[in-house]
Design a protein around this ligand. Structure first.
Ligand code: NAP
Ligand code: ZN
Length: 353
């Protein structure tokens, strides 16, 4: 298969900084779209993968799954987009397309395993997939999204992961007018959860450890902020929420949040992957039919639905644009919860280097 070399930013091991490397991209096949990447959002999952927090990272690793750009080539069978159109790619670049999940448009739950935009198994070239910290990407049209024309491109990039990851549980648990939703953690996912839940008509509360984010949360649309480290504050919202979206990336005590669920309410974990500590107390769950759930990103049709909703409601991310070369410092700030509220890489900084 013919390929071309493109510039990318990646890391050779969990202890190394990211630096410029060269990767291969395939030439478009019949159903492929080649995208010149203009902007790429920086997700905490990029950092987890670069540093092998979850195990299983194959090096070199090139993160980035909040991609927007311009179509530069299309295969002979492509109908979705044409050269010159704007296009977006999120966390998925392939799935088996035949299993029960794929048939239900739930590619993110592909029973044969979805192919991630990075650190997935590249079906075309072998080896691992490389993400959006690069000049170009080539993706099957089924996994390419359309960006509503009225949205700022850079600020729309984070919708491709932070947006869909919070949208999917909001829709699954049927959040709408009058729903009482809480969001744990005000970072990339958290701030999108507030905007999208508000867009759907919910009353939204933020749980944060960081008191200095209170004003921002209210400006983003939150109706209330509860400082999660203050027990007295937590008591004021006991039994209140229909849905809690917990975006915290590291192990943490979820018991205080469970008690703030309404009868039959659900706490959905989207952040931390792994065993919870301290243990979860079943008493409030059993006595209130409360549920603890998880959710990963969203399907392709659902991602397009979310993008269209954001177009109609003028919803984008709050971003800080950085150069590709600033990525290591951005990761350090992310570890300090000092992101307001998503870094987005201007990919011209890589191309012009
Ligand atoms: P982020 O921008 O770094 O935001 C995380 C927020 O969580 C922080 O701003 C902070 O908010 C809070 N936080 C951080 N460390 C904490 C700790 N030790 N204890 C309590 N709170 C803490 O990260 P993100 O990009 O939103 O991603 C969040 C998590 O979701 C990551 O683990 C990421 O890998 C995961 N993720 C999952 C999916 C999925 O499909 N399920 C998709 C994308 C990302 P406050 O300052 O307000 O407390
Ligand atoms: Zn992500």
């Amino acid at each position: 298969m013919s390929t071309s070399n493109v510039r990318a930013f990646g890391t050779e091991s969990k202890n190394d900084d990211l630096k410029q490397i060269s990767i291969e991209r395939r030439e478009v096949t019949a159903n492929d779209i080649e995208i010149d990447i203009l902007y790429c959002g920086v997700c905490h999952s990029d950092l987890h993968t670069a540093r092998n927090d979850w195990g299983g990272t194959v090096y070199p690793a090139v993160p980035g799954h909040e991609i927007v750009g311009k179509v530069t080539k299309v295969g002979s069978g492509v109908t979705k987009l044409k050269v010159g159109d704007y296009a977006a790619v999120g966390c998925l670049v392939d799935s088996c397309r035949t299993c029960a999940s794929c048939e239900e448009h739930l590619e993110q739950y592909c029973l044969n395993g979805f192919v991630g935009t990075y650190n997935g198994k590249d079906k075309h070239l072998g080896g691992q997939t490389f993400g959006g910290y690069s000049e170009k990407v080539v993706v099957d049209e089924h996994f390419v999204l359309k960006v509503p024309a009225n949205l700022n491109l850079a600020a729309a990039a984070p919708l491709l992961c932070a947006g869909i990851t919070t949208w999917s549980p909001l829709k699954h648990w049927k959040v709408g007018k009058g729903s009482k939703v809480a969001v744990v953690g005000l970072g990339g996912l958290g701030h999108m959860a507030i905007k999208l839940a508000k867009g759907l008509g919910a009353e939204v509360t933020l749980f944060s450890r960081t008191e200095s984010k209170t004003k921002d949360a209210l400006d983003l649309g939150a109706d209330a902020v509860v400082i999660s480290t203050e027990a007295l504050d937590m008591d004021t919202v006991k039994g209140k929420f229909d849905l809690i979206i917990d975006t915290v990336p590291y192990v943490h005590d979820i018991n205080p949040y469970v008690t703030t669920l309404n009868v039959s309410g659900t706490l959905v974990l989207v952040g931390y992957l792994g065993p919870l500590e301290p243990m979860v107390n079943t008493v409030p769950m059993i006595l209130g039919r409360k549920k603890i759930a998880g959710s990963v990103i969203g399907g392709i049709a659902e991602t397009q639905e979310m993008l269209d909703f954001c177009g109609e409601h003028n919803i984008v991310s709050e971003i800080e644009i950085i150069n590709m070369q600033d990525i290591n410092a951005a990761y350090e700030r992310m570890l300090k919860s000092d992101v307001r509220y998503r870094f987005v890489i201007d990919m011209a900084s890589l191309k012009n280097n």
